[in-house]
Design a protein around this ligand. Structure first.
Ligand code: CA
Length: 482
């Protein structure tokens, strides 16, 4: 909605995304997650009315097919948001179920044979007196809507509903989607992890039976010890909420003081989350991210300190797994408060008509950092730091795929020191997280078996050097040794 507009209505669309694929590929990304693209009455489109179409504001099915084709040409995997937890209250299934319940006679019990859609949702007779239950039209029945009255929760006990969802998943895989981002997975059965895992196992088995290379990432918005358990479903990844947001590990490392928030604590956390998810599945792929469309943007957490924003990118993107970056983070965009503000227009340039209009209820956003167009020209910009960080990740496959271990012997509250081992090769990553101090780290080359600096990042552009096993690192820098 807010990324790029192609037809001058100031609403982002699929052709707009196509027009920016070279930008995305040039930054080094090899995957895109699209927020919901199916028809929906809301701007955010998490309340779907038709699972087999493209919302007309975003374009047509032909546009989607073109997008898939253009992504393929650039080696980009396209995954789409799939909302299984609830439909729109305007979905024909729900409308038919409510109509049916309204015309039931006194003393007549509902019957799925008369109206199959009745069992697609969670209806009860009489008011259960709970905040998330709503009256179904003028009937005596109530339905569950955990997110809102406009988003009735579906009932996964219904085999007919699951068959509908299988048809929907097959449809999009046949259209060329490379997989799905699975919305709100912990709400399928609120608070019941094992039941949610059962649903996800069914989703995983079905999707992988059609496309074994499909990639799926689930949104289980919870602590590490909970989302780790979801890996038993077989779903490739779950978003790593432990490191994200205003009180997550990345923010704490860069803006909180004390031993539990220093560089060593960051290194320990990397190992901790890896062990937590692997306990449930050996080939679990972490999905680190820092912010998303439900969270305030990083620039605010970092009080518009460009150096800290750069380091937050490094602490996110150099993590093992499939790292995600929310559009606009690469230029330090502004956005907090109501959700609409977090979904503000991508700041391409200050030229008239270069941006989308953003959601209707968005408050005016004033970006503190220059537009992309300006930042591209500045070697020391947040944008160029992001690009360098992603390049460093892509040039060293151990960064994304490696098993992390902490170098306990390199102990310093300002230095995070880890190794990453993949396919028989070990590299080392050192992070100098001191806000002010240059640091020297001694890591004997023969003992650790590395030859050179494979690459480094530096928030101020200062050089990282290696001399006889002593690495000199400017404040806020990261080095990869190979
Ligand atoms: Ca448009």
């Amino acid at each position: 909605y807010s990324f790029c507009d192609s037809d001058k209505d100031q609403i982002g669309d699929l052709q707009g995304v196509i027009s920016q694929l070279d930008y995305i590929a040039d930054l080094g990304f090899n995957g895109i997650w699209l927020m919901p693209i199916m028809p929906s009455p809301s701007y955010h489109k998490y309340d779907v009315t038709d699972y087999f179409s493209i919302d007309p504001v975003y374009g047509s099915m032909e546009d989607f097919e073109s997008l898939v084709e253009e992504c393929d040409k650039r080696g980009i995997k396209l995954i789409i948001d799939l909302v299984l937890n609830h439909t729109s209250a305007e979905h024909p299934w729900f409308a038919a179920a409510c109509d049916y319940l309204e015309q039931l006679g006194d003393g007549e019990e509902p019957n799925a044979q008369d109206c199959p859609y009745y069992e697609y949702y969670n209806f009860v007779k009489g008011d259960p007196g709970l905040a998330t239950w709503y009256q179904a039209g003028s009937s005596g029945y109530y339905y569950e809507g955990a997110f809102s009255s406009q988003m009735p929760d579906v009932n996964f006990e219904s085999a007919a509903l699951k068959k509908e969802f299988e048809d929907i998943m097959r449809f999009w895989l046949d259209k060329g989607a490379g997989g799905f981002r699975l919305d709100a997975v912990k709400h399928f059965y609120d608070g019941m992890t094992s039941k949610n895992v059962e649903v996800l196992s069914w989703v995983n088995d079905y999707v992988k039976s059609i496309d074994p290379d499909a990639y799926m990432v689930g949104e289980c918005w919870d602590g590490m010890l909970t989302y780790a358990q979801y890996y038993t479903s077989g779903i490739d990844s779950f978003f790593d909420f432990e490191f994200a947001d205003s009180a997550g590990i990345i923010t704490r490392t860069l803006t909180y003081s004390g031993e539990t928030n220093n560089a060593q604590a960051y290194a320990k956390a990397l190992v901790r989350v890896q062990n937590a998810i692997r306990e449930y599945r050996e080939d679990a792929i972490d999905a680190p991210f820092y912010v998303n469309h439900d969270l305030s943007r990083a620039a605010g957490f970092m009080r518009y300190d460009a150096r800290k924003i750069k380091m937050s990118a490094a602490l996110n993107i150099l993590m093992s797994g499939s790292a995600f970056v929310y559009y606009g983070e690469e230029i330090g965009m502004t956005g907090s408060g109501r959700d609409e503000n977090k979904r503000a227009p991508m700041y391409w340039s200050s030229a008239e008509g270069a941006m989308t209009k953003g959601p209707d209820d968005m408050e005016p956003q004033e970006n503190q950092f220059p537009s992309l167009e300006e930042q591209k020209k500045d070697n020391s910009s947040i944008y160029n730091f992001y690009k360098d960080t992603i390049l460093l990740r892509n040039q060293n496959p151990e960064i994304a795929r490696g098993t992390v271990a902490r170098l306990e012997e390199v102990t310093d509250g300002d230095i995070a020191a880890i190794s990453k081992t993949y396919d028989g090769t070990t590299i080392y990553l050192l992070y100098n997280l001191s806000e002010t101090e240059e640091k020297q780290v001694v890591l004997p080359m023969e003992q650790y078996g590395y030859q050179e600096i494979a690459g480094y990042l530096s928030a101020d552009g200062g050089e990282v050097t290696l001399q006889d096993g002593t690495i000199t690192m400017p404040s806020y820098s990261v080095v990869v040794l190979r």
